[in-house]
Design a protein. Structure first.
Length: 290
């Protein structure tokens, strides 16, 4: 049950030669079908594997845990490779229903993990592959061969060192890049996690979209922190928003100018006029931005 593959046509004469027997070939009857098929060589194939790549907060873990396998599986095993290699292998062995001996080497643990995974058709989910060591990544390929299907998640490699680390898996797996959300989708996601009453909803939503950059995990985290009142960036952004202009203060400016015309000279009037224009211009500009 742990070997997948296909068998080609094998003539009875070839089957007889493989059995190294001088007996006559079996007739092609239903009763002899199992005996004839048992002599065929199984052409072993590799289990399908998918690698989800994307920036931090793009929802790699969500895609990994909600992955729908194409093969028939009886169990799902999730392992986070950001932890030490020994701890990850022990977790894998125990999740497969086995027990790791207390004093066992890492190569022995890797072999035990592969043997434990072969017992039942398994969907193996490996998260944070980019944070694993190169030695840990070297043990992933035998694990993939031991399961029915495998799905992995890693941050998009940017530096040459990160690319070299994931290079052994690139040719082995099918990559799926997670693209960021559009503005409408990101705004809908943020509104689903924001409280009903906010001091400045539009400013808060704009700031969350600006900081989230279309990544679902980051948007949800920012909206949740805003709901709890712990998001300093959004609070600071909202505090800089100018309150609506009071029309009463605007009506005082003509009276102010009349007083200046009556008591002050031309130079003072010109200076105060320029100052008033600068203040009014800045207030009106900020009000329009709202």
């Amino acid at each position: 049950p742990t070997v997948s593959g296909r068998t080609g046509y094998l003539a009875p004469v070839d089957a007889l030669a493989m059995l190294r027997s001088e007996e006559a070939p079996l007739p092609l009857d239903t009763a002899n079908l199992r005996a004839i098929l048992a002599t065929q060589v199984v052409e072993q194939t590799r289990a399908p594997a998918t690698l989800f790549v994307g920036p931090a907060g793009s929802g790699k873990t969500w895609h990994l845990k909600n992955y729908h396998p194409h093969q028939r599986v009886e169990r799902r095993i999730y392992v986070d490779l950001s932890q030490p290699q020994r701890q990850a292998l022990v977790q894998l062995v125990e999740a497969a229903g086995a027990v790791a001996p207390p004093r066992v080497t890492i190569p022995q643990l890797a072999e035990m993990s592969a043997l434990a995974l072969q017992s039942t058709p398994t969907l193996l989910l490996l998260d944070n592959v980019d944070r694993a060591t190169e030695k840990a990544i070297a043990t992933i390929d035998p694990l993939i061969d031991a399961v029915a299907e495998c799905a992995l998640a890693a941050k998009t490699p940017k530096t040459p060192a990160e690319q070299r680390k994931l290079a052994p898996l690139v040719a082995r797996v099918a990559q799926q890049e997670i693209k960021p959300l559009g503005r409408a989708e990101a705004l809908s996601l943020a509104r689903n996690h924001l409280p009903d009453q906010i001091v400045d909803p539009q400013a808060t939503e704009r700031r969350i979209l600006e900081l989230g950059k279309g990544h679902p995990g980051t948007i949800v985290d920012l909206a949740t922190r805003t709901q709890r009142g712990t998001l300093e960036e959004v609070r600071h952004y909202a505090s800089n928003q100018v309150a609506p202009i009071n029309l009463g203060w605007i009506l005082l400016f003509p009276i102010f100018f009349l007083l200046l015309l009556w008591r002050a000279d031309g130079y003072l009037i010109a200076a105060l006029s320029m100052l008033a224009i600068m203040v009014l211009r800045r207030l009106l500009f900020r009000q329009l931005l709202r």
